[in-house]
Design a protein around this ligand. Structure first.
Ligand SMILES: [Zn+2]
Length: 271
C-alpha cells in the first residue's frame, strides 16, 4: 500500500533547509507551499528543483492579509504571465484577517489585495488558497466572483459545517482544509472534520505555523498525526468486513489519505 500524504497548505521557505528531503520521500507525496515575496518564490523554486521526482511540490504565490502589501500584485501578475513550470500553480494565501486591532485597521489594503488576487485567479484560471479569520461573511459577500475561480481552497477553514455547505450551495467550488486546530479542540474545525462529505475535505500542517500548546513550530511530519486524529473523528478504522478481506485492509489514516489525496488533485487541478 502506497502511503499518500498530501499537505494542502504549508510554508516550505519558513522551515529548516533540510526539512523537505528529510521527511517527504514517498512517491505520492503532494503539497502546496505559499510564498509571499520574490525572494521566497525563488527559494521555493529551488526547493522544488532539488526534490524533483520524489515529492510533488505545488507553488502558490500570494499576498497574505496580515501583510497586505499591494506591490505583491504586480509580482503575482508577472509570474502568472510566464507560461509553463515557472508560473504559480495557485494563488494565495489571500483573504481577510481581523484577528487583531492592527489587522482590522488594514481593512482597505486587505480589500485591495483580496480583489486583486480574486480577479487574477479568475482571469488565469488558478486555484485560490484562502486565509480567513473573523471574516467568513466576506466570502458570502463575494460569492458571485468566487464562483468564477476554478477552485477555492479554504485553508484552516474557521467556519461551521453549515457555512461550508452554504458556500458550496452558492456555487463556489470550495474545498476545506484542516490542520492542528482540530487537535487544539476548536469546535468548528472538529465538527467540519466529522460532518463534511468526503469530496470536500483535505488536510494541512501550515508548517511551521499553527502549533499545539507547548510547541515552538509545526513540522512537515506532523501531517501524519493530523491524519490520525482526523480519521478517528470521522470514525474510520479497520472494520470487520475489511479485516475479513485482507486485500482491502486499510487503516483509518490510509483511507483518509486516499480521500484527501484525490481531493488535493481535484482542488489543485492536477487531474
Ligand atoms: Zn499559512
Amino acid at each position: 500500500m502506497t502511503r499518500l500524504y498530501s499537505d494542502a497548505h504549508l510554508h516550505l521557505t519558513s522551515l529548516a533547509e533540510n526539512a523537505v528531503e528529510a521527511v517527504l520521500s514517498g512517491p505520492d507525496s503532494m503539497l502546496c507551499s505559499s510564498a509571499f515575496t520574490l525572494k521566497e518564490w525563488q527559494e521555493l523554486c529551488s526547493i522544488e528543483e532539488a526534490v524533483k521526482g520524489d515529492v510533488r511540490i505545488l507553488k502558490a504565490f500570494g499576498i497574505h492579509p496580515q501583510n497586505p502589501d499591494i506591490e505583491g500584485l504586480e509580482i503575482l501578475e508577472k509570474l502568472l504571465s510566464e507560461s509553463g513550470t515557472g508560473a504559480p500553480d495557485a494563488i494565495g494565501e489571500a483573504g481577510y484577517d481581523f484577528f487583531t486591532k492592527v489587522f482590522e485597521a488594514q481593512e482597505k489594503q486587505q480589500d485591495e489585495a483580496w480583489y486583486g488576487q480574486l480577479e487574477l485567479a479568475a482571469t488565469y484560471g488558478k486555484p485560490l488558497v484562502v486565509h480567513l479569520r473573523h471574516a467568513v461573511d466576506r466570502m458570502f459577500r463575494d460569492a458571485s466572483i468566487l464562483k468564477k475561480v476554478p477552485s477555492v481552497i479554504f485553508h484552516s477553514f474557521p467556519g461551521s459545517p453549515l457555512e461550508a455547505e452554504a458556500l458550496r450551495k452558492r456555487g463556489i467550488n470550495a474545498y476545506f482544509s484542516f490542520g492542528k486546530p482540530v487537535m487544539n479542540k476548536r469546535k468548528n474545525s472538529i465538527e467540519c472534520v466529522q460532518k463534511l462529505p468526503d469530496e470536500w475535505i483535505f488536510f494541512e500542517t501550515d508548517a511551521p505555523f499553527q502549533t499545539l500548546k507547548g510547541e515552538t513550530s509545526t513540522q512537515i511530519a506532523d501531517i501524519a498525526r493530523i491524519f490520525e486524529v482526523a480519521a478517528l473523528l470521522r470514525g474510520y478504522g479497520i472494520t470487520v468486513e475489511s479485516a475479513e478481506n485482507q486485500e482491502g485492509l486499510q487503516s483509518g489514516p490510509e483511507k483518509l489519505a486516499a480521500i484527501a489525496g484525490a481531493n488535493f488533485r481535484k482542488a489543485y487541478m492536477l487531474d
